[in-house]
Design a binder for this molecule. Structure first.
Ligand code: PEP
Ligand code: MN
Length: 274
């Protein structure tokens, strides 16, 4: 494998700074928010809640990669304006998806980190173009990507000079159909062994099932993840996308209580690991 720019550096821990936030280097990152930004009220309410519970970043899709062209496609730039307003009001940085290199310029001023989704993990022109920007990129694993494919996709971004990349394991397609995807938690220690980049886990898309978010979040922590990304909605049953996997505020609070309770234990366990 010809991986250089994202290769593990001996000794020093690699981290990514976004304002006051440090991703990696022993900090456990929690990204939370709705699948899609739906309107002003819901994103402001969600931002306020997740921030008050201790989330580090707010998520919210505005350019949505939906399987069907007839499903809700996101509010595009209007949604990003709402996201930024919520971000400023609650003083919480934001991440949102970019699907097309032509949208990078539109999205850039509204976000603190670009998200590249599973379906675009090998959109090489998109990877190359975000690699030319100076903002961090959260790269989600392609649903049919091997670990090597995933690392080489990250290398496309780094090759342009931007190595501020967060890898996100979000499950892969297997023969198992009970869950939406098969969350590959073994990928976490492998990715951390093979690269210097922080690795987070998205148990929401990884399972598609609300009940599995808590156990898979704890399992991700045990596997050595540097953080979690979780979908949270003020009224999950009414969510315009990914209703079945979105947590209510109450469920999110319960999750974060458990994360806080166990975080030090899991972070200590990592010390001395390869
Ligand atoms: C998302 O995070 O909103 C999303 C669409 O996820 P994925 O690309 O992993 O399917
Ligand atoms: Mn979603």
């Amino acid at each position: 494998m010809d991986i250089r720019r994202i290769a593990k550096e001996a000794g020093e821990e690699f981290s990514i700074k976004i304002k006051d936030l440090t991703i990696g280097n022993g900090n456990f990152l929690v990204i939370a928010g709705p699948c899609s930004v739906e309107n002003n009220e819901m994103i402001i309410e969600t931002a306020g809640f997740v921030k008050s519970i201790g989330a580090d970043m707010l998520r919210g899709g505005a350019f949505k990669p939906r399987t069907s062209p007839y499903s809700f496609q996101g509010l595009k730039e209007e949604g990003l304006k709402m996201l930024k307003e919520a971000s400023e009001k609650e003083n919480i940085p934001v991440v949102s998806e970019v699907m097309d290199p032509r949208d990078i310029e539109i999205i850039y001023p509204y976000i603190d980190m670009f998200q590249i989704g599973s379906r675009n993990m090998q959109n090489f022109s998109l990877l190359t173009e975000v690699g030319k920007t100076d903002k961090p990129v959260m790269l989600k694993r392609g649903m049919a990507a091997t670990i090597e494919d995933f690392l080489l996709a990250a290398e496309y971004i780094a090759a342009e000079g931007n190595d501020r990349i967060v890898l996100c394991e979000r499950g892969i397609r297997t023969f198992e159909s009970y869950t939406r995807n098969t969350l590959d938690l073994a990928a976490v220690p492998i990715l951390k062994k093979l690269s210097k980049l922080p690795v987070i886990v998205d148990p929401s898309h990884g399972t598609g099932m609300r009940d599995l978010i808590l156990p898979m979040s704890l399992a991700a922590m045990a596997a050595g993840a540097d953080g979690l990304m979780v979908e949270v909605h003020p009224e999950p049953a009414c969510a315009l996308s990914d209703a079945e996997q979105s947590l209510s505020f109450e469920e999110f609070e319960r999750l974060i209580d458990k994360v806080k309770e166990t975080k030090d234990f899991f972070m200590d366990m990592r010390k001395g690991r390869a």
